[in-house]
Design a protein around this ligand. Structure first.
Ligand code: CA
Length: 351
């Protein structure tokens, strides 16, 4: 095809419709590929890698403090089972909400592990930071914000927060309003408008609507909200009928009008990678699922999770981690990604 010379204004217009100007890197649980997730050390290392945002997963303690943990349990990343053996619930889990901040602060944090049939602790990622080495603890939300804001001051970057309110349905059932508590802390630290460098995320659509419709206006705040998307059978969000918890059905989000409905209360979505690119895709035939277009048609930003560099976490249609980034940043044209390896995504985008 012969190249025609177009006026600059038209070029800009054409260009902007298919190039995602400034896609984001979100450090998932910190630089969690390199150091135990959600420790201040993992956040500091992530910061030095210059992502756009660093993620916080927030759960509540017995004494209503907000701490950084991915699960609302303590058993995958701490020595709670050895320290407080009698404090598990009937399901064998140690719930953060049953422990005070002082108790949680006394725990030792390690790289995440699972307990196998023999009762041995096996690292979730065998080649990541060695289990039980060095010395790590569970930070509070305030401690982490002060770390990031302090580094923004000393290093001069403008790295944002990307907090996730974990299992608000569970906290609500336990009589705690975690969303209100998170918003209060965010406001205290100056995050109160859509112009501030923060996205607030949750898997729970009922709670996200409540935040948008009730809590933010009542607190004179307005933040960018991201609806994380699960499949119903992940049991990521539950609804209670008395004491019986049933999985919340996400099916409506995958209907043709689902994203328009999300856009009423949120600014973006956080889908699982496979919700955007069909797992049946091959290198020469990347199949982009309808959710992507539906989200963009509804003017939502799209920040899929989770990009991990371990060989068994590279999608079959990609030849390498960088190739997987290329598929999502350049073919699917997502607005950002959550990654355990923020350095690799930053260097990919800088090329
Ligand atoms: Ca998260």
């Amino acid at each position: 095809m012969k190249c025609k010379i177009l006026p600059l204004s038209i070029l800009t217009l054409v260009f902007s419709t298919w190039v995602n100007a400034d896609p984001l890197v979100i450090a998932h649980r910190g630089a969690s590929g390199y150091l135990p997730e959600h420790t201040l050390e993992a956040k500091t290392l992530a910061y030095a890698m210059k992502p756009d945002y660093i993620e916080q997963d927030v759960v509540m303690t017995k004494d209503d403090q907000l701490v950084m943990l991915h699960d609302h349990y303590l058993d995958r990343v701490t020595d709670v089972a050895e320290r407080f053996p009698s404090r598990a619930r009937d399901d064998g889990r140690y719930y953060a909400i049953d422990f005070t901040l002082a108790e949680i602060k006394s725990l030792r944090v390690t790289e995440g592990f699972n307990v196998d049939e023999k009762g041995d602790k096996v690292a979730g990622y065998p080649n990541r930071f060695p289990m039980w080495k060095s010395s790590f603890t569970v930070p509070t939300l305030a401690e982490e914000i002060e770390l990031i804001q302090g580094l923004n001051q000393t290093l001069g970057y403008d790295i944002g927060l990307y907090p996730e309110i974990k299992a608000p349905w569970f906290h609500r059932h336990e009589g705690k309003d975690i969303s209100k508590a998170v918003l209060k802390v965010l406001k205290e630290y100056g995050y109160d408008s859509k112009e501030d460098k923060i996205y607030l995320q949750s898997f729970d659509p009922i709670e996200l609507k409540r935040i948008n419709d009730e809590l933010l206006p009542a607190m004179k705040m307005d933040l960018k909200l991201v609806q994380l998307i699960a499949y119903t059978d992940w049991n990521e969000t539950m609804t209670y009928r008395g004491e019986v918890a049933e999985p919340y059905s996400y099916d409506w989000m995958f209907q043709s009008d689902g994203m328009a409905k999300v856009a009423v209360y949120a600014d973006g979505i956080g889908p699982w990678k496979s919700m955007l690119v069909d797992d049946e895709s091959t290198k020469d035939n990347i199949i982009i699922k309808p959710l992507m277009k539906q989200a963009k048609d509804a003017s939502l930003v799209v920040h899929p999770f989770t990009f991990r560099a371990e060989p068994d976490r590279i999608a079959a249609y990609a030849t390498s981690f960088e190739d997987m980034l290329d598929v999502f940043y350049n073919k699917v044209k997502v607005d950002g990604i959550f990654t355990d390896y923020p350095d690799k995504a930053v260097s990919f985008l800088n090329k």
